[in-house]
Design a binder for this molecule. Sequence first.
Ligand SMILES: Nc1ncnc2c1ncn2[C@@H]1O[C@H](COP(=O)(O)OP(=O)(O)OP(=O)(O)O)[C@@H](O)[C@H]1O
Ligand SMILES: [Mg+2]
Length: 371
Amino acid sequence: MSGFASEIREGTPESDDARSPESSRVVDPARENDEQIVEAALRPKRLADFPGQPRVRDQLDLVLRAARQRGTAPDHILLSGPPGLGKTTLAMIVAAELEQPIRVTSGPAIQHAGDLAAILSSLAEHEVLFLDEIHRMSRAAEEMLYLAMEDFRVDIIVGKGPGATAIPLELPPFTVVGATTRDGLLPAPLRDRFGFTGRLDFYDPADLARILRRSAGLLAVQIDDDAVVEIAGRSRGTPRIANRLLRRVRDWAQVHGDGRIDRGAAAAALDLFDVDPVGLDRLDRAVLDALCRKYGGGPVGITTLAVAVGEEPDTVETVAEPYLVRQGFLERTARGRTALRAAWTHLGLIPPHTAIGQDVLPFDGVATRFE
Ligand SMILES: Nc1ncnc2c1ncn2[C@@H]1O[C@H](COP(=O)(O)OP(=O)(O)OP(=O)(O)O)[C@@H](O)[C@H]1O
Ligand SMILES: [Mg+2]
């Protein structure tokens, strides 16, 4: 990520690890990652400690409990949703609840089918295979994965050209946990092989407040209730952002005060880091600004919009857009992206009479639309 690669949106330690040359590694879910210890330490380790996402949590609880009772590996699990909502955390939790080791890798790390064959053929019975960014796997690897997920078998190709032969290799039962920020990009045959799909949505401020209180406890910082509310309301519905903002506010309170976080400290630190009162950051505002000021509210294509803000289309689409859509600032239409009324008013502009949507944005609600 360039340009707006702010403190709040740096890459995750997991995805960096997953792209390391060895392409996969065994992680004991009960132990902390050695890098980014703080972020890892804040990860809930069991389903019961995981605040928010009640529906996905209950569904997952049922799937895992039933499999445990039967003594079998559960169906393959797909987790989808915008960055920072807890997909990796839940994958680790799946392994912890099943009391099985977890092998971590990611789509971009699997360049060749052979990379995947090596991983699959070394899996232990009932092991969890976490495939992060599963939508970015190569086609050949994807096809191998279909067979492995459905029939627990891989065909190892020996030799080259017309003399090449496929030697089938039986695999012990295992569970794939796939994570993706773009489930629309997953080919249907792959999607169909997951017995359960958990769709993560943005967290409401009450859940973010619980997450922040828990994190403050783990970081041993004292925080006032109204400061929790301030940070929760400005975290874009995203636990990763909430935890990062908490750390920046902690820095502020330590340097400018006695370390205790009150509302004033929270507001001052959040302003310093360009987080506005409804939680939009620089990239969000740049997108809205380009859309309204440069393109008259749209419709404008995603590629044009991305160029205007100096970002990759994929970043605008997966990182900025979902929240802007959810909060009623922006609409995706067949002809491109359109600004809703709230986008104009948030930027202090007068909306054109053609703009639709609500004028004043409810803080944590979904804007209702009228035409
Ligand atoms: N429900 C939750 N409760 C508490 N903390 C959470 C929760 N969900 C996520 N987090 C925190 O947010 C951080 C990001 O979560 P995670 O890495 O699981 O997100 P992700 O969905 O995998 O994101 P990405 O798509 O970028 O990989 C974690 O370090 C964790 O501490
Ligand atoms: Mg992740």
